[in-house]
Design a protein around this ligand. Structure first.
Ligand code: PLP
Ligand code: MN
Length: 370
């Protein structure tokens, strides 16, 4: 069995491998926490990015109040690892999922979920009554992303009243995630539009309170907007995820706010022509939904997947491989273009510092999409 161990050299690892720069990742966590230390806003990082209990524990040690997960199956992994204060940020629909949630809730009562429909609420409530369990819920609001969520204002009030008619559901907050604004390059534009979204979110929270509902949590924000959200009065929590490792899509939009702390390491396995090299990282190692990954230290060289298991590096005709000093066996690292979809392709984080393997963490919630 292939079994790298802490203390091994980075250079000795097999590829493709997902490498975390331990130092840069710790700095990203410290930087994020420092940004919110002086504000009343708490951080509830989204684990859909990291999918790792080890990282969740580190974030809790750094002072976050709890975590977000996208799905019930992610919540199962995190709850089993002792992370109790979890918000599931997607609507729970369908008998198998409702059953899984109820089973989880039996041992982990601090799990909370978002709701955005009477049907969803009714089904949850019926299952909870049978199990004699109680569940805290947040109403999801559509603050412009046009994904899930009821319209702010009257529709949210009507849903709150419906929740109040259910004996085993308790409304504790609202979620309004402005995912469509995260990657806006222009900071002024991102700020302006984020404030519009925060206005919708917090005025609805205020309306709900006026109507007598105890809205304790007003949660929102990703890596691109969390700081803007935190400056808006009435927001209580932010839920960034990608800041841990970043990707080129976020770096190009935000600049060097956080460091790119994760790379996918590959090996050149073939040099079929003077301006082409083949690496062992294809679609199964690097996602391309947000553009092509970026090879490190090779300006002018571009990457394209060449199938599931291969990638091709290519460069202009004038420059040949010898001038680039590329040889078979060379190891090429890539910054992913989209961190979430890339991490979900890998089983293992190889955490390194100064070229030495420091820790090996499983991506325990990898593939947990249910
Ligand atoms: N909150 C919700 C509901 C999300 O869907 C996401 C990501 O898609 C996040 C927070 C975290 O955003 P990011 O990874 O961009 O920081
Ligand atoms: Mn993402």
């Amino acid at each position: 069995m292939y079994q790298p161990r802490p203390g091994d050299l980075l250079a000795s690892l097999d590829t493709p491998a997902m490498i975390v720069d331990g130092q840069l990742m710790e700095e990203n966590i410290a930087r994020l926490m420092a940004r919110f230390r002086e504000t009343p806003v708490r951080v509830r990082p989204h684990l859909k990015t990291a999918k790792s209990p080890e990282l969740a524990h580190r974030l809790l040690a750094a002072g976050v109040i709890g975590c977000c997960v996208a799905k019930v199956s992610e919540a199962e992994v995190m709850a089993l690892a002792g992370i109790e204060d979890l918000l599931i940020t997607s609507e729970i629909v369908g008998p198998p999922k409702v059953t899984r949630l109820v089973n989880l809730l039996r041992r982990h009562p601090r799990i909370k979920v978002v709701v955005d429909s009477q049907v969803g609420i009714q089904v949850l409530s019926a299952a909870l009554e049978v199990a004699d369990l109680h569940l805290n819920v947040l109403i999801e609001l559509n603050v412009g992303q046009n994904r899930c969520g009821v319209a702010p204002g009257e529709d949210a009030l009507a849903l709150a009243q419906y929740i109040a008619s259910m004996s085993h559901l308790h409304l504790i907050g609202v979620q309004g995630y402005e995912g469509h604004l995260q990657h806006i390059h222009d900071l002024q534009e991102r700020t302006r539009r984020c404030r519009e979204a925060m206005h919708l979110l917090t005025t609805t929270a205020a309306q709900l309170r006026t109507a007598g509902f105890p809205i304790e949590i007003v949660t929102t924000g990703g890596t691109g907007t969390a700081e803007i959200c935190a400056q808006w009065e009435g927001v209580t929590e932010v839920q960034p995820g990608s800041f841990l490792f970043m990707d080129t899509d976020y770096r190009n939009a935000l600049g060097p706010v956080y460091a790119n702390a994760l790379t996918i390491l590959s090996t050149v396995i073939s040099l079929p022509s003077p301006n082409r090299a083949i690496v062992d990282a294809g679609l199964k190692s690097l996602s391309i939904d947000s553009g092509m990954p970026e090879p490190l230290g090779l300006p002018g060289v571009q990457y394209q997947p060449a199938g599931d298991e291969h990638g091709v590096l290519f460069w202009d005709k004038q420059t040949n491989a010898a001038r680039l000093q590329l040889a078979i066996g060379d190891r090429i690292a890539f910054y992913p273009s989209h961190i979430d979809t890339t991490i979900n392709l890998h089983d293992t984080y190889y955490v390194c510092r100064n070229g030495v393997l420091e820790a090996i963490w499983p991506v325990t919630a990898r593939g947990k999409v249910q």
